[in-house]
Structures are given as C-alpha cells and as structure tokens.
Design a protein around this ligand. Structure first.
Ligand code: HPA
Length: 279
C-alpha cells in the first residue's frame, strides 16, 4: 500500500474566500472543550462539511466547524472539534486540517484534548501541559508521516526531542499562575481507542512513564512539527483512570463531557494569558 498525496488546494480556496485576516495561531479543541471558541471575536464560522477533504467528526461533544477571528487581539483559526483514528479515518485524513493551517500561514499550533489521568496526583478538572508524549498508535505504523514525503511541508525524518516548545511551556506556566489555575506538566500517551483502558493497561501505562491517556493529538503534533510549527498541547483531565478490576466504577464519554464544563473556563483563562504574551 502506498499512501496517496492529499489535495489541499480546494480546501484552501474555500477558506480563503471567506476570511479577511491571516491567522497566525491555530487552536484545536477536543472533546467537550469546544466552548473556548465562543471567546473568539470578529468571527467567521466555516462548517467542516463545506470544506473539501475536511474530516468530519462523528463524536458527540465535537462541534464540527472552523472559527476564524481574534482572541486577545491575535488572529486565530480554531478547529472546534476534531476527527479521530477510531472513527475510521487514516492518520493522514485526521491531520489534513493541520496541513491546511500550515498552508494558511499558521506558525504556532495549540492543541487540547480530554484525557484520563494516569498520574495518581491528577484529579478531574485538572489541566496538564504536555512536556512529551508516547506515540503508542504510531509505533504500530499508524503515523501520518508514513508514505511519500511531501517536501513542501518538511523533511523525511523529523527529530522529536524538542517537540513541545520550551518557551511556550514557560509562557503557559506563567499564564496559569496569573490566572490562578493549577497546571501539571507531564507525558501524554496516545492510544487508538475507542474503548477506554483495562485496569492492567492503566498500570502498564504508568510504568511506561505516562501521566495522561487519550485518543488524539499526537498525529496532529507530528504533522505540525514536520512543518516546523511551534507546538503546545494541554490535556483536560476528565476522569481518573481506573487501575483495579474491583473498582466500583467505569469510565464513560458522559463523564468526559461533564468534566469539559469545569475545564473550559480554566483552559480559556490559561490560553488567553498565553495569547496575550504571544501578541
Ligand atoms: N482513556 C482514553 N481516552 C480518554 C480518557 C481515558 O480514560 N478520558 C478521556 N479520553
């Protein structure tokens, strides 16, 4: 199987025809976190289904639209909802939007997701800033950079040591402190899903050094880093991962969406602070 190159031109034309500003910062909002886009002013809203090649999100809690406008004065393009590997999309399809943002001139990408807390210190409603990740899906070959390399974006082989920009992380810590929002910093592990983890898997992931577990983000990060974008990512902890078969509870998507209600104001405060510094 050889992965076919994607056609970005039609999507770019549809978006450019509707926007007047040049977005500099891209934001990707995960499960239950779409409410952050409400803070965007001077907004143009473009439904995903009107953009050729754009992957539709089929998951409850994902809005399915692009919002272009200003946040704290900064020109932003916001993906309100994303597509996932577990919905049946290829890694290349999931990351189509990141390539479009890149072609529109976005230099900094900020990603968010809902995640399970593996670190025993993490509680529902906490925020974790990524300082690294484990690409569990990618290790099995589910990597968006597999296939002919598109030299327009970046090189064949990509270093991953400095994936989560150190200056951006410092900015995030400052913004969180100023907003009075506690911020963990840790390692995210991306699994394929859609099932949540077994207790044995939770214990294994802890041994591997992961602090939060989810089903997204890492593909987008790879494509952004391939294209030389600066990357920052946050997990909103929506549930504490269950590590015992005798626990009297079960993880659920409802719990994930409920926690989004606590997380949106916290994430909004931190991201607004970050954008003010980036201005
Ligand atoms: N596991 C995987 N993905 C998730 C979880 C989880 O516990 N919570 C939210 N997304």
């Amino acid at each position: 199987m050889v992965v076919q190159p994607m056609d970005y031109d039609q999507a770019i034309t549809v978006i450019r025809n509707q926007i007047t500003m040049q977005p500099k910062i891209g934001l990707v909002l995960g499960s239950g976190l779409g409410g952050l886009a409400d803070a965007v002013s001077e907004r143009t809203v473009i439904p995903y289904e009107t953009i050729p090649g754009w992957p539709q999100s089929t998951v409850h809690g994902h809005h399915g639209q692009l919002v272009v406008g200003r946040l704290e004065g900064q020109p932003v393009i916001v993906q309100q909802g994303r597509a996932h590997f577990y919905e049946g999309y290829s890694p290349q399809a999931i990351t189509f939007p990141v390539r479009i943002m890149c072609l529109l001139g976005v230099k900094t990408l900020i990603l968010t997701n809902a995640a399970g807390g593996l670190n025993p210190a993490y509680r529902v409603g906490d925020l974790m800033l990524f300082n690294d990740h484990i690409n569990w899906i990618g290790m099995g070959g589910g990597n968006p950079l597999v296939g002919p390399n598109d030299e327009r974006f970046g090189p064949r082989f990509v270093g991953m040591t400095h994936t989560y920009d150190r200056d951006l992380r410092r900015t995030a810590r400052q913004a969180a402190a100023e907003a009075g929002v506690p911020l963990h910093e840790g390692v995210y592990v991306c699994l394929a899903g859609p099932n949540f983890e077994t207790p044995a898997e939770v214990r294994m992931l802890r041994v591997l050094g992961a602090d939060a577990v989810g089903m997204s983000t890492v593909h987008e990060v790879l494509v952004a880093r391939h294209a030389g974008m600066r990357v920052m990512a946050f997990s909103g902890i929506t549930n504490e991962a269950i590590d015992s078969v005798d626990a009297g509870m079960e993880a659920s998507h409802e719990e994930v969406l409920d926690a989004g209600k606590i997380l949106v104001p916290r994430l909004t405060a931190v991201l607004k602070g970050v954008l003010r510094v980036l201005a």
